[in-house]
Design a protein around this ligand. Structure first.
Ligand SMILES: CC(=O)SCCNC(=O)CCNC(=O)[C@H](O)C(C)(C)COP(=O)(O)OP(=O)(O)OC[C@H]1O[C@@H](n2cnc3c(N)ncnc32)[C@H](O)[C@@H]1OP(=O)(O)O
Ligand SMILES: CC(=O)C(=O)O
Length: 523
């Protein structure tokens, strides 16, 4: 059941778009709004119509039916009327009405410094700007929320003035007075104290809007809820001006799982990870793999000691069930792995090694020994699976390399011709093939597939989809070594393999050989 009338207010499309590097098209904004709606937030602030042309178009297209929201109400953002201008004459306020949005958020100055130095007007005129604009919009049938800019700094400069702004907003018909930590300089203790003090002095519903300049935006938001606010603002993945805003996924995780507040419709919080990653894609930013609740590493365990406890109960090292936000637990196999890590990872990959302590021990030893010379299984599950299967003797012998040769012919006219020859044994056959490619790895890949294609027809479906090289510094007195990661897909699944060697061609071959071996496994 929903916690009565708690507001989850998302401003990804307004304050989130103020992040350096983000520039949404109108189609992007519509797509982000649909994603946020599927998360079940109550309000989506779509932008500032009349100030930003794309935002004006966004609201127009939403009003024409391009945005059918199931859960959320659309909100337009703008400022109070200008000082010395009648509200009816203020084109920016008119644009808010023209947007058709049923809810308007007005940004208002609530810090005497800002009124005097930024607006360059009187304290009374600023109060009139708030009440005139709220009354005007209310008379036109809109709900109004008032974002009190710099509220917390303002409270230090003059603890009465911000409360007068809130009272003016309420008297004119605003529903919510949002206390904004606009400069993001607050810490949770100060937020809690101020919210409690202000609650005792005003009757309007209070909200919170925090920026992350001290790295405390989420904590500040939760502290404000603890102190009594019932309206929280945040943005997807914490996008926003400067260091960003409160990350809505972390705020929701805190409210729902830690504070027991059912602020979303039944089941929608399980969409968190999907929505977070999809919005990152649209913003053209890589998802933060370490983001709380929704990062792909948020429940990844590397340390052997952690894995040994997780084997007995996942709750011993997970603060919650990862699946509740659509995430999953991962066990990482590295030099820090122990026996439990190998058992859990093998189980994750569908191999039961619990009654094979000998295999577990030798896998642990091989992983540690290989990792010390540059191998890394952390991102190469397929190579790890082959290693375990080799120890279990459950990997079929599909083919055996006799030799390969790669020739790169750089001609006088600049043309480069790369040719690879492989000699392999498959069953009773010895097969020799040569292929040209656009580089040595491509030529080797083509030659190997052409050699094995007739024996293993399913090879035709395999595609080498990514190839990453990392040069690792050598140990004292030795050359650098190369680590190659190859990602392969067969249209239904993808897998990653690793190869390590001082010679880049051999490192590539080792990763390629594992990629093909894994692709030919019966799974
Ligand atoms: C804390 C926040 O994040 S609030 C959101 C801020 N977002 C944005 O600014 C993005 C969109 N902004 C814009 O497109 C432009 O800045 C506009 C269209 C709003 C205004 O542009 P311009 O008219 O060229 O003015 P400019 O940005 O230089 O200055 C803002 C004006 O609004 C006034 N103003 C600032 N805050 C307020 C307010 N809360 N209420 C009324 N007027 C305000 C300023 O005093 C200044 O007035 P002036 O023109 O008389 O000096
Ligand atoms: C309104 C807003 O974005 C702020 O005060 O930070």
């Amino acid at each position: 059941m929903l916690t009565d009338d708690f507001h989850v207010f998302d401003t990804t499309l307004r304050d989130g778009a103020q992040r350096e590097g983000i520039s949404y098209s109108v189609a992007d904004k519509l797509a982000v709004a649909r994603l946020l709606d599927s998360l079940g937030v109550g309000f989506i602030e779509g932008g500032w119509p009349g100030a930003v042309p794309k935002d004006t178009e966004f609201f127009a297209r939403a009003a024409q039916g391009e945005l059918q929201l199931k859960h959320a109400t659309l909100v337009a953002f703008g400022s109070t009327r200008k000082a010395g201008v009648a509200v009816r004459e203020d084109r920016q306020v008119q644009a808010l009405l023209d947007s058709g949005a049923p809810v308007i958020t007005l940004v208002a100055k609530s810090d005497v410094w800002h009124v005097k130095r930024a607006l360059r007007t009187t304290l009374d005129e600023n109060l009139a700007m708030v009440s005139d604009t709220v009354s005007f919009l209310r008379a036109a049938g809109r709900r109004v929320f008032v974002d009190c800019e710099h509220f917390f700094d303002g409270y230090k400069h003059d603890s009465d003035y911000g409360v007068r702004v809130l009272d003016a907003a309420q008297a004119a018909g605003a529903d919510v007075g949002v206390l904004c930590d606009t400069n993001g300089g607050m810490l949770p203790m100060g937020i809690g104290d101020t919210v409690r003090a202000v609650r005792a002095r005003t009757g309007i519903r209070l909200g919170i809007h925090t920026q992350d300049d001290t790295g405390c935006a989420v904590a500040n938001t939760l502290a404000a809820v603890d102190a009594g606010v019932t309206h929280v603002q945040g943005t997807a993945n914490g996008y926003g001006e400067r260091a960003g805003n409160a990350d809505i996924f972390a705020v929701l995780g805190g409210l729902v799982f830690k504070m027991g507040l059912n602020v979303l419709p039944e089941g929608t919080i399980g969409e968190s990870m999907r929505v977070s990653h999809a919005i990152a894609e649209i913003a053209n930013l890589a998802p933060d793999t370490h983001a709380p609740y929704v990062g792909s590493s948020a429940f990844a365990h590397k340390a052997g000691l952690h894995a040994s406890a997780i084997k007995l109960g996942p709750e011993l090292y997970n603060h919650m069930d990862p699946e509740l936000t659509g995430n999953s637990q991962k066990i990482l196999i590295t030099e820090m792995a122990g026996r439990a890590s190998v058992e859990l990872k093998s189980a994750e990959l569908g191999m039961d090694v619990t009654d094979r302590p000998d295999v577990v021990s030798s896998v642990v030893d091989r992983v540690k020994e290989r990792e010390s010379s540059g191998w890394s299984y952390e991102a190469a599950d397929a190579s790890f699976e082959l290693l375990v299967r080799d120890e279990l003797h459950t990997a079929p012998s599909q083919f055996r390399l006799e030799s390969y040769r790669v020739i790169i012919d750089r001609r006088e006219d600049g043309a480069l011709v790369t040719e690879a020859t492989v000699k392999v044994h498959a069953g009773e056959q010895r097969i020799i093939t040569t292929a040209e490619g656009n580089g040595p790895v491509n030529a080797l890949d083509l030659a190997l597939r052409s050699a094995l294609g007739e024996v293993f027809p399913r090879l035709a479906a395999l595609e080498l989809s990514d190839y990453k090289v990392r040069i690792l510094p050598g140990k004292h007195g030795t050359d650098a070594i190369t680590r190659v990661l190859i990602e392969t897909s067969d249209k239904s699944t993808e897998w990653t393999t690793v190869g390590v060697h001082p010679n880049i061609i051999e490192a590539s071959w080792l990763a390629l050989e594992d990629a093909v071996r894994f692709g030919l496994l019966e799974r």
